[in-house]
Design a protein around this ligand. Sequence first.
Ligand SMILES: [Zn+2]
Length: 494
Amino acid sequence: MTPLEERKLGDTIIRELYRDPDYIDDPVVGEYVDGIWRALLAGARARGELPPELDERYAWKVLLGRDRTINAFALPGGYFGLHLGLVGTVVSRDELASVLAHEMSHITQRHIPRLLGQEKRQTPLMLAAMVVGMIAASKNPQAGAALAVGGQAAVIQQQLNFSRDMEREADRIGYGVMTEAGFAGRGFVTMFEKLQAASRINDNGDWPYLRSHPLTTQRIADMQQRQQALGRGAPQADGAGPERAAAPAALPPDLEALMVAARARVLGRPGVDVLRTWAAEPEHAGFASQPLARRAGPLYAAALSHAQLRDLPRAQALATQLALAVAGDARAARQARLLQAELALQAGQPARVLELLPAAERSPVRGDVSAQAGRATLLLRAHAQTRLGQGADAASALQPWVSDHPRDAGAWQALAQAYAAQGQTLRALRAEGEVPMAQMDYAGAVDRWRAAQDFVRQSPGGAADLVEASIVDTRLRQGQELLRQQQLDERKRR
Ligand SMILES: [Zn+2]
């Protein structure tokens, strides 16, 4: 299987994933994950682990799933799935980086074509259907069991699981990539310990990651070696004697990671009772005297839980409390500000959003090479501006972004709203068509662009902008061609 064929297969698979009700485009978690992801890609390039051909042909894109189970997986063509459940259990960027670097290494080492190469009788579309079925089964063990009538799903799962050697290779290369990218190797070890602890409990159905990544004795032995190496190499900044040298130095708490993890847990739809429990946590006696590392996550979770329970005044009060508490930490302070802005928007205070997030705001962290750095700010500001009747400002901020990120459906949606608010119907329809197009829903795109053409016909001699109308014609033809291809492929499948 060539990289191009593998990419096509991946596109077919994620077209389904975009339609999965669990798919979530959360700008805050997305930007956070993407920042780690871009740093890892740079690390892989620096180590020569990312051949230019794969770098160019593959998507290198992480899709978030709202699922509460702990899972992350690599898909053909450089797509990756990451469940909010996993984001919700990590306590540092380093831990999340260790999981992502491992999955990335399955792709850079071309493990997937090696597996699929054994499936010679299957057409790419059958393979895509198998992978999509497997993802569905992994999310819901009960449904998975029901699907496994005749053991077929289990057989497929067996065939598509990476071998033990591949897992060890992904550990080894992933560890090299994450440390090259500047993440602490300690995060790899603590994440592994977390998996080991979960594997010891009987009821670990929430950890599908453990099923696809069994902790073999070799993997554990490899990990112990890394741990020992870390212990020896740990800096002795506190002047501790050599007797401390065996214990790897603990890292300072990563407040941002704790806050994003709290967000991921709340977005995972835990149910009203759980939200109420989290919302009430800061009221417990002794909460205020806890160290900041113990309060930052629960405060974030409490604020967002109150918002989900429609008590915005309390949500906002807690977010303010959080912002004051973490003001000394640039990354954490930015997360608190984004939360405050999100809540202000929900509370119908768009002017407050613009105060909290000034135009020049960017990721405050030097060396953060995230392609998405600033996306959360951009989208929150654009929504606020549109509501304030400043749709023109929102559009002029979003236009350069979508030309750099033409497959950003969320940004196209915000742009469509900004145009519609200014009464620019044709432009709004054109942007609305880009939303499904970005997620490879060609029928949806063709539908919007036909509506745009109808609008041009109905408003002759003026309202319609000629340039915009010709862009719509071109995009419609492209959409129709892609739709025709897709329908041909589907016919071949039958
Ligand atoms: Zn793996």
